[in-house]
Design a protein around this ligand. Structure first.
Ligand code: ASP
Ligand code: MG
Length: 802
């Protein structure tokens, strides 16, 4: 025989009750032998308790009672419940007159929830031609007289149940939750007690399985309402289920499992609304990996007792627990350091002030002697328990939390079971759950990205991310979610990530913003693993980096400004990164996507002595001199070609002045821990002085004025040499400062620099071990798509670390 139990929500009017009847009927007609235990339908128990409270206060409750009756009757014949309704009315009347009720009366009243439910189900089944009978569990389950939470008397109960089921071959519809004393007074088994009724029945009838029908698909790795990636757990052992039950997984009453373990009866959690689903199966078989599941305790408070004088003093804990026991307060977590200077306990919030008053009284004299300095209560906390977690791998979820700036207030593990509880600040709860869940279940890790600047590079990057997100999730288990796109005036925010139509969305829905708004948005939506990407060229935006870093963002940037401001700022930024354990990657600052900065960083870190760096750092100037040196054209003709190919800035003087090359050189120098400032760089400006200050149009109309100077340079060039505009870092690079020069120089046509083509960049890195033959990195060093790829690479590198 199988025992089926249906919960209140499954039995609710409408789809629920119809499904329940259909499930029972199907099994019946397929010839299965079943017994059914039912809870009260819908919110019956709570409804009855509410009416009871009103009656006690002398308030009017007639309307609520009528509503209750209407719901429970659900269009069936009113006569069915006539006697129950009339007893209920009398009981409420009595309470109303007395203005009070006993626990015994309360049990009598709530028992009608289950009685009405079982009668109702029986009558519908009979109406459909099934052989079914109503069974009042009060005649079977005998208990002590602890009303509200009665304890069954085993021998008596077993005898009654066996006898009642001996020769009945139809379906028994048994009331859950309710029982009676040997004297016949109604008792109940505690809230959610119907599960217990069903497992007792399963035990005494030696059932082959207990099917617990609920309104969810089974037991989850975390509450799906809080963690969208939560997964259903297919199998659990009784031990593991027991851990879950103790930690508030409300599907299981803590006592339910014991009778099942005794007889080795499998328990299956099923969903009335999704009968095809196999649910979660709980058996005595131990699963190998051990389950992991997250459960939370909400509405709890942390009480802290602090005192210098507590060290080595005996009996302090005993006194604390005595206060708790005297006030009937259950302690869910206790934590005490070996210094004994501070003791923390977690209790239900509703009991916290009582606990505080009690402790203050108990430790009054210790305050006076200064052995105790203060006792505080913090209501703004939650507890997350990782069930199935031991300390050997605990560092993983723990580091993930720290990386996301969630620092637990305390943590606590049991020496017997495998579970660890963390006390955290309440506002961190949802994010913390998601971070831990992502970490321990290896489901896709979500990386939440805010992109600043959506021009050529930024726009290309967004499109690159959107088009490869799916593959990256499949291959690497990393889910890239662009939750913000902004330019200097407007922002588009979407916690679920922007879509291909982001351009139209930003113009339709974009709003003005401040950095604080984005930080707030990320907090409010519990976004973890945050990365801010700066694709602007803005001097102002850089001022936000530190604030972002302090608010848990890693930073990726193609913007060079942050690395070329004062050395002071450079250091300040690095200190903030270190303090907050955040990353800042900017591979595209020099040579676009070419793996240059990373290479230099690695060489330097490994102790390799870099002696010189020299190269053509600018794509536009590379193009200009590669062509001008060998072609029979004037400088202005080549420059015009570069402009029309889009290789230069709109005002080509920004390239020609040499500042961009100088900035790149400074960035490389600082990678080697050199402390140079921008104004220490010797820069050869390629623009004749009289053309430097004039407006752009005027400059563009007078390009021929550049020709005379460059013609001379070309004429003086030794045969076999070509011109290159190079950046060069030299000097004793072990000192605090190096020589930084940006200049136009002749080089042999046969050299690596001389052979450069198109608009490529080239970097020669000279080191002690490589001697005269430098490491050469060469390739497309500019362009929106290679730069965007480089930025993307930095994002993935950070995502990998996270
Ligand atoms: N009806 C009772 C309650 O709501 C028992 C149960 O549902 O299991 O607590
Ligand atoms: Mg690069």
């Amino acid at each position: 025989m199988k025992v089926l139990k249906f919960g209140g929500k499954s039995l609710a009017n409408g789809e629920g009750i119809n499904q329940v009847i259909a499930i029972i009927a199907k099994k019946y007609f397929e010839g299965e032998t079943i017994s059914v235990v039912v809870s009260a339908r819908g919110n019956a128990t709570d409804d009855l308790l509410d009416i009871l409270e009103e009656a006690k206060k002398g308030n009017k409750y007639a309307a609520a009672l009528t509503e209750f009756k209407k719901y429970q009757t659900n269009n069936s014949e009113a006569a069915l419940f006539e006697s129950e309704f009339s007893i209920l009315e009398k009981l409420f009347e009595g309470v109303s007159l007395l203005g009070d009720y006993s626990e015994k009366i309360k049990d009598q009243i709530v028992s009608f929830g289950e009685i009405l439910s079982a009668k109702y189900v029986t009558s519908i089944l009979n109406g459909k031609g099934l052989k079914a009978r109503f069974v009042d569990a009060r005649e079977l389950i005998k208990t002590d007289a602890t009303f509200g939470n009665a304890q069954p008397i085993d021998a008596e109960t077993e005898k009654n149940i066996k006898k009642a089921f001996e020769d009945y071959d139809g379906i028994s519809i048994v009331t859950g939750f309710i029982a009676s004393t040997l004297q016949g007074e109604t008792t109940t088994l505690g809230r959610n007690g119907s599960n217990y009724t069903a497992s007792l029945l399963a035990n005494y009838l030696d059932a082959e399985e207990f099917q617990n029908f609920t309104h969810v698909d089974g037991i989850y790795t975390a509450n799906p309402d809080l963690v969208s990636d939560a997964k259903k757990i297919e199998r659990l052992s009784f031990n593991e289920a027991n851990e879950l039950a103790n930690f508030g997984a409300n599907i299981l009453h803590a006592k339910t499992i014991i009778p099942l373990v005794e007889k080795n009866i499998p328990l299956r959690i099923l969903n009335v609304f999704n009968p095809e689903n196999k649910g979660t199966l709980i058996t005595s078989e131990q699963t190998n990996e051990g389950i992991k599941s997250l459960s939370i305790l909400d509405n709890v408070s942390l009480i802290n007792l602090e005192g210098r004088g507590l060290l080595g003093k005996t009996g302090v804990d005993a006194r604390i627990f005595k206060v708790m026991a005297d006030n009937n307060i259950s302690v869910s977590i206790i934590s005490q350091g070996s210094s004994e200077r501070g003791i923390g306990i977690v209790v239900n919030t509703e009991k916290a002030s009582e606990a505080l008053t009690g402790l203050e009284k108990e430790f009054e004299t210790d305050f006076y002697t200064r052995d105790v300095n203060k006792i505080t209560v913090d209501d703004n906390i939650s507890v997350i328990s990782i069930i199935g977690q031991d300390l050997s791998t605990f560092h993983k979820p723990y580091t993930a939390l720290i990386r996301n700036k969630i620092v637990p207030i305390l943590f606590n593990n049991t020496s017997t079971g495998r579970n660890i509880s963390l006390v955290i600040k309440k506002p961190d709860l949802k994010r913390a759950l998601n971070v831990i869940h992502g970490e321990i279940f290896g489901v896709s890790k979500k990386i939440n990205i805010a992109i600043f600047g959506h021009g050529l590079v930024g726009g290309t990057l967004i499109d690159q991310i959107l088009s490869s997100a799916k593959t990256i999730e499949e291959k690497k288990g990393i889910k890239l979610n662009v939750f913000a796109i902004a330019n200097s005036t407007k922002i588009l925010l979407d916690k679920n990530g922007v879509k291909e139509n982001w351009k139209s969305q930003i113009s339709e829905k974009g709003t003005s913003y401040s950095i604080q708004d984005i930080i707030q948005f990320a907090n409010d939506n519990h976004l973890e693993n945050l990365i801010a990407v700066d694709n602007t060229a803005s001097k102002d935006f850089v001022q936000n980096y530190i604030q972002l870093i302090e608010n848990s963002f890693d930073v990726v940037s193609s913007n060079k400004v942050a690395n070329t401001l004062s050395y002071d700022f450079y250091k300040k930024l690095r200190n903030a990164l270190e303090k907050n354990q955040k990353n800042y990657l900017y591979e595209t600052n020099v040579g676009a996507g070419l793996p240059l900065i990373d290479t230099i960083k690695l060489l330097h870190l490994s102790g390799e002595n870099i002696t010189k760096i020299k190269g053509v750092f600018s794509g536009s100037l590379s193009f200009i001199f590669n062509h001008f040196s060998v072609e029979d054209k004037t400088f202005s003709e080549v420059l015009k070609k570069a402009i029309s190919n889009g290789y230069t800035e709109p005002d080509p003087r920004e390239d020609l002045c040499g500042n961009d090359v100088a900035r790149k050189l400074l960035i490389l120098a600082r990678e080697l821990d050199l402390q140079n400032e921008f104004d220490e760089i010797q820069i050869q400006n390629l623009i004749p002085e009289e053309l430097r200050e004039i407006p752009t149009d005027e400059f563009l109309n007078n390009l021929h004025k550049l020709d005379g100077f460059y013609e001379k340079v070309k004429e003086n060039q030794i045969k076999g040499n070509v011109l290159r505009y190079v950046g060069e870092l030299s000097g004793d690079l072990q000192q605090d400062k190096g020589n930084l020069e940006v200049k136009l120089v002749p080089v042999p046509e046969s050299s690596a620099l001389g052979q450069l083509k198109g608009s490529d960049s080239i970097f020669e890195i000279y080191t002690e071990s490589y001697g005269e033959r430098p490491i050469v990195i060469q390739g497309a060093g500019a362009g929106a798509s290679v730069t965007a790829r480089g930025v993307f690479g930095d994002i993935l590198r950070i995502a990998d670390k996270n």
